[in-house]
Design a protein around this ligand. Sequence first.
Ligand SMILES: NC(=O)c1ccc[n+]([C@@H]2O[C@H](COP(=O)([O-])OP(=O)(O)OC[C@H]3O[C@@H](n4cnc5c(N)ncnc54)[C@H](OP(=O)(O)O)[C@@H]3O)[C@@H](O)[C@H]2O)c1
Length: 246
Amino acid sequence: MATNASQRTLLLTGASRGIGHATVQRFNKEGWRVITCSRHPFPNECPWGGGIDNHVQIDLADPNDTINAIETIRAKLNGRLDALVNNAGISPKGPEGERLNTIDTDLRTWGHVFHVNFFASVVLARGLKDELTAAKGSVVNVTSIAGSRVHPFAGAAYSTSKAALAALTREMAHDFGPLGVRVNAIAPGEVETSILSPGTEKIVENLPLRRLGQPAEVADVIYFLCSNQSTYVTGTEIEVNAGQHV
Ligand SMILES: NC(=O)c1ccc[n+]([C@@H]2O[C@H](COP(=O)([O-])OP(=O)(O)OC[C@H]3O[C@@H](n4cnc5c(N)ncnc54)[C@H](OP(=O)(O)O)[C@@H]3O)[C@@H](O)[C@H]2O)c1
């Protein structure tokens, strides 16, 4: 995709699958340039508009890798970043697929989850503060229904990382607001991606809307929060869950 002075730019983590993949497609459709981040090299199975020049290979579980990637990303930005979407997330399970609770979660696993799901968002937003400020940009953190209640499949490390990310959204909205940068979160419920566990269909039976969500439906809300349709919205967390929270 050619870049030009008026084209808006999104930096998106976890772009290779699921909600991230749908988000690339949504923003591309609106004419945005999307810089994608994931552990893998540019994925041939999703040849989105930006191509390999707009992909950053990064392991967000490794703090040094994340910090070092800031300069690589800045070099691609021309001084402006219109949106940062912190979407990458992991939800590890036990050897038999069981939920990892507060008693049996290994501390290293807990730390690994927090680096990907929480600390990477701080590092990227702080590292790109000047570019976000120059564009009066928008940050969207992807949290979860599991951040606000015990979930049958999501483990304790995952859930606490998402609760922390929701709190971070509030703190960042306070700190970045005077710079003209909005910071919001979206909290998906049960969305049809590889992160779901067997048995989710039982949860879905009792949701007010009685169905799984599609990644594109989440991408629509992310897009709204990065668009000019939400210029007075900051510090909020939007539930995208078929009414699972009621
Ligand atoms: N699906 C749901 O029902 C649901 C519900 C609530 C919240 N969420 C949240 O929504 C977000 C997206 O979830 P999803 O369902 O689309 O998940 P997914 O299909 O499993 O995709 C996860 C993404 O995160 C990236 N990622 C994982 N570990 C990484 C690391 N160490 N470094 C860099 N990138 C990494 C993966 O890319 P690579 O493997 O290429 O690195 C992948 O693109 C997550 O934050 C998740 O917690 C999802």
